[in-house]
Design a binder for this molecule. Structure first.
Ligand code: FMN
Length: 328
């Protein structure tokens, strides 16, 4: 299937998030109606030179996730080209290159958003990956390095001329990290400047936000990142039709399913922490959520008891919500 057609069938989808969009969470988001998913970033050097257990874990995906985009983080042509070939052989449907990561320990090495500072060098790098692979190649960018170097349009034109099939724009600069609002007008400018499809990203927290982004920017599709954490049903438009009771039951079942997926995927040594982390994400909207999340995280109790505690709090939260609705 052509990349453009694929996007048309997968308009709203989960964004890559290191430590979050692992296989269990991607599966839960797909269950909830996310379009095709993207792995968290995979370091190109680790993939080529030291196939650690962690690298094996983050490159693992199930048939259910097909088609899947696999994201690379790197800056040297050799490892990026070689790792792209490895991902293609592993069965990736799309290779995505991360040119948006703002974390200093990454950009200091020239990776992530640092690539946006060097249009000429990055063009060579893309050219090398393009020539070595057959599957669609996409790039995820920011608006630019900092407020004095906003170059998303110029950079996107370069990517298009090097044969990239699609671009995702998170319109904050590297120096903004996650602060302030993302400037959707920059997504619109990129859409107007290139022929290849553009995916918009940044501050989409609901289906309606996604619709607004598409209407305003005319982007082809939308990625949701933080709005999906502890909230995978953000992709599930049909939830609105359910009663409150049905919705709560649906959410409970989804969380139980997610925990099962986590148990199947993570090695024993990471399991308790992963469960606690995800339960605390799900507790985000609870009453007293701060205390509850700390309680879950710091508990030295057995993981079974922590899960039991979480669901007691879940039920209590549902009850409180119900009382509030009755009293309105
Ligand atoms: C915890 C976390 C991890 C992230 N990891 C990645 C990553 O591995 N690759 C990437 O391209 N972007 C990564 N991002 C950025 C998101 O994909 C997205 O661009 C950003 O969060 C803005 O979208 P949002 O407002 O919907 O969250 C990460 C963001 C967060 C919050």
């Amino acid at each position: 299937m052509k990349f453009n057609d694929l996007l048309e069938k997968n308009i709203i989808r989960l964004a890559p998030m290191a430590g979050v969009s692992n296989a269990p969470f991607r599966t839960i988001c797909l269950d909830n109606g996310s379009g095709f998913v993207t792995t968290e970033e995979i370091d190109s050097i680790s993939l080529v030179y030291n196939k650690s257990d962690r690298t094996k874990l983050i490159t693992a995906f199930s048939e259910y996730e097909n088609p899947i985009a696999m994201q690379l983080l790197g800056c040297d042509s050799e490892s990026l080209t070689e790792s792209s070939k490895i991902l293609q052989d592993l069965g990736a449907s799309i290779i995505d290159i991360n040119m948006g990561c703002p974390v200093p320990k990454i950009t200091k090495k020239g990776k992530g958003a640092a690539l946006m500072k060097d249009i000429v060098g990055t063009a060579k790098l893309i050219n090398s990956i393009r020539n070595a692979t057959k599957i669609p190649l996409t790039v995820k960018i920011r608006s630019g390095w900092d407020e004095n170097n906003i170059n998303a349009v110029e950079f996107s034109k370069m990517l298009e001329s090097e044969g990239v099939d699609g671009i995702t724009v998170h319109p904050r600069s590297r120096s903004q990290r996650y602060e302030g609002n993302s400037k959707w007008s920059i997504i619109k400018q990129v859409v107007e400047s290139v022929e290849i499809p553009v995916t918009g990203n940044g501050d989409v927290k609901s289906y309606d936000d996604a619709k607004r982004m598409i209407e305003f920017t005319k982007c082809k599709s939308v990625m949701i990142g933080r709005g999906a954490i502890g909230n995978p049903w953000v992709f599930n438009n049909s939830l609105e039709k359910l009663s409150y009771e049905e919705k709560d039951l649906y959410k409970k079942k989804t969380i139980i399913n997610h925990l099962q997926q986590i148990k199947n995927y993570f090695p024993k040594k990471n399991l308790d922490m992963q469960i606690k982390k995800n339960l605390s994400y799900y507790a985000k909207g609870f009453y007293n959520s701060r205390e509850i999340r700390q309680k879950i995280f710091r508990s030295s109790d057995s993981i079974e008891n922590v899960i039991e505690l979480f669901f007691k709090l879940f039920d209590r939260n549902v009850e409180k919500n119900k009382l509030e609705k009755i009293s309105v």
